[in-house]
Design a protein around this ligand. Structure first.
Ligand code: ZN
Length: 390
């Protein structure tokens, strides 16, 4: 924003909330916005002429940043550009003001289409219905032994030429690729990704501890849904889980009370600085009980739990970020400031966007979420404008 724009931009004061900032919770906090940005944050209401929005004691958190999302509200990001927009808008109504869009293993021509839609929406930038920060390829360079709900018949060994063809479509909007580090060619691909500014994530993997450490040495900096779809942590073979926790790389948690036990969530928060709450949400999120197709396989959703009909594997989640945060606080006893960081500042930092997004601090985008006493979303703000609620 230029200085002239800043002078003309409307000023708003949100006051009387429990404001969650990087420095802690301000019990009777206020936030002054100028246009799309946060200008000031403080305790004790200042004498300002800006119109005051009284938060009435509600929680005010930075908008959530989801690193792992496949769909929601009945829309899959893998179906069309319009469906991707609708899925992003659905999650925005649950407080996710910025998100990656994640694609599962699929034939190359499908991935090309999907990366193209994501590139288009990423280049459009923030909107009143959410903000696509780029794409995440969760496949096809994965282990068929830990395919989860993905279609193993389309999985391939890491292939730099295929990666280059996909990057030709996505350009710099491809932000993350999940790879099983034990596969032939994986370390070269991790090096290539990390060397060109793409987050190399490890997941859907049978890697041993040593193989995962080799991945980390090659540049892998992220674990895709830690514990799920990977060799479990064993005291004699700690696997990818042990290597990721020991190295302190960023670790995603699907905190829906099904994928990971609340006590394990607490342990991970105790062990590492950078736990990241993600949804791994599928299109059935927010829809109720239903049956649908995911990557060519049938999925049944019952009481919020999505499972492959054929194998019974958990097939992504029906989680929203507000629920992930609520469970972190209520089921795992994580303090709200820490849980908020795992839902916003940490994922923003993973993406290198933490100076722009993910915290209530001067200069950041005014992407905010208002939560009631029960930590349920009551209002969402995108870039200084209120944009909806569930
Ligand atoms: Zn996923």
């Amino acid at each position: 924003m230029s200085v002239a724009d800043a002078i003309d931009a409307p000023t708003q004061l949100l006051a009387g909330g429990r404001v969650v900032t990087p420095a802690g919770v301000l019990a009777d906090g206020w936030v002054r916005l100028v246009g799309e940005r946060i200008a000031d944050v403080g305790a004790e209401r200042p004498e300002l002429e800006a119109p005051v929005v009284d938060l009435g004691g509600a929680w005010l958190l930075p908008g959530f940043v989801d690193l792992h999302m496949h769909g929601g509200g009945g829309h899959s990001v893998m179906d069309s550009l319009e469906a991707m927009q609708e899925a992003v808008a659905f999650h925005c109504s649950h407080g996710t003001t910025a998100t990656l869009v994640s694609f599962v293993t699929a034939p190359e021509h499908d991935l090309v289409d999907q990366l193209g839609w994501a590139a288009e929406l990423t280049r459009r930038g923030p909107t009143a219905r959410g903000h696509v920060l780029g794409s995440h390829l969760e496949g096809p360079f994965l282990s068929a032994r830990h395919c989860g709900a993905q279609n193993a018949s389309f999985m391939v060994a890491p292939d730099l030429r295929l990666l280059e063809r996909l990057r030709a479509v996505a350009g710099d909007t491809l932000r993350m690729v999940t790879i099983a580090p034990e596969l032939d060619g994986a370390l070269a691909m991790i090096e290539k990704l990390a060397g060109t500014g793409v987050i190399a994530a490890m997941g859907h993997s049978d890697a041993t501890y040593e193989q995962a450490l080799a991945g980390i040495r090659a540049g892998a900096s992220h674990a895709t849904h830690l514990f799920n779809a990977m060799r479990p942590l064993h005291h004699r073979e700690p696997g990818l889980v042990g290597a990721a926790l020991e190295a302190g790389i960023a670790c995603e948690l699907i905190n829906d009370d099904r994928h990971v036990h609340p006590a394990v969530v607490r342990l991970v928060f105790d062990l590492i600085e950078r736990p990241a709450l993600v949804t791994d949400a599928i299109d059935a999120t927010g829809v109720g009980d239903t049956r649908f197709e995911l990557g060519g396989q049938e999925v049944q959703v019952r009481s919020g739990e999505a499972r492959l009909v054929r194998t019974g594997s958990l097939a992504g989640s029906t989680l929203t970020m507000d629920q992930a945060l609520r469970l972190a606080v209520k089921a795992s006893g994580i303090g709200i400031a820490r849980a908020s960081a795992a839902a916003s500042a940490i994922p923003a930092r993973v993406l290198g966007r933490d100076q722009d997004l993910g915290s209530i601090a001067p200069g950041r985008r005014a992407d905010l979420v208002v939560l009631d006493d029960d930590l349920r979303v009551s209002r969402v703000m995108c870039g200084g404008a209120w944009c909806g609620s569930p």
